[in-house]
Design a protein. Sequence first.
Length: 71
Amino acid sequence: MVADTLPVQIDLLKEGLATGNVGQRPFEMGYKAMYFLKDIKDGKAAPQDPTYTGLDVCTPKTAATCIGSGS
């Protein structure tokens, strides 16, 4: 089991050298953060804490399609 889903790690998963990968979504984190900061600047309430941005859970069977799907 590996704690990330970088391309090299997904390649190793496809080769059968791991049983699964779980990765965060840093782009989604940054994307949402910019909107949250603007909302706070505009006087809106702070976002819920924690804010879930999803995880990518990959297995050898789903390695080709798991990134960004949350599966």
